[in-house]
Design a protein around this ligand. Structure first.
Ligand code: THU
Ligand code: ZN
Length: 146
């Protein structure tokens, strides 16, 4: 499937991506040297940021999206309208947009299930020349539920 890129972001989407790009710089990534930043938009236009936090047991790293969603939830913000994700390499730019991994999609879906809001996912490459905007229902159809 081809990814459709948007020409322009709305100001609020742009601001969210700015926040994600800021958070990305704080990545703790001594193992992969890969930087990921995420920012979620909650009620009252509150923004919560997250970045990847790796550890020596590689599989147990915290992903940027998880950190951002958890930060919002911890502050009592349970209704997330959008999440922006961006990434970069140690010494270079990514060509294609950063998309949430399967686990993060399930976590975004969990938030959307709780709030009833079909979360907007804004995905960008490093220099923002390629940005895709999709709903979590498009990114993770037939999500696991019980
Ligand atoms: N990573 C994220 O932060 N989000 C994802 O959804 C995919 C992967 C991080 C984890 C690890 O620190 C680095 O990217 C390389 O896998
Ligand atoms: Zn992930």
């Amino acid at each position: 499937m081809e990814m459709r890129y948007v020409k322009r972001l709305k100001p609020v989407q742009s601001k969210l991506l700015d926040a994600a790009a800021q958070a990305m710089e704080n990545a703790h990534n001594p193992y992969s040297h890969y930087y990921v930043g995420a920012a979620v938009l909650a009620d009252g236009n509150r923004i919560f940021k997250g970045c990847n936090f790796e550890n020596a047991a590689f599989n147990d790293s915290i992903h940027a999206e998880m950190a951002a969603i958890s930060a919002a939830n911890t502050a009592g913000y349970r209704r997330i309208r959008a999440i922006a994700v961006i990434s970069r390499e140690k010494n270079g730019k990514t060509k294609v947009p950063a998309t949430p991994c399967g686990i993060c999609r399930q976590i975004i879906f969990e938030s959307s299930r709780r709030s009833g809001i079909d979360v907007e996912v804004i995905m960008s490459n490093t220099d923002r020349s390629k940005i895709a905007v999709m709903r979590i229902s498009q990114l993770l159809p037939f999500a696991f539920v019980f």
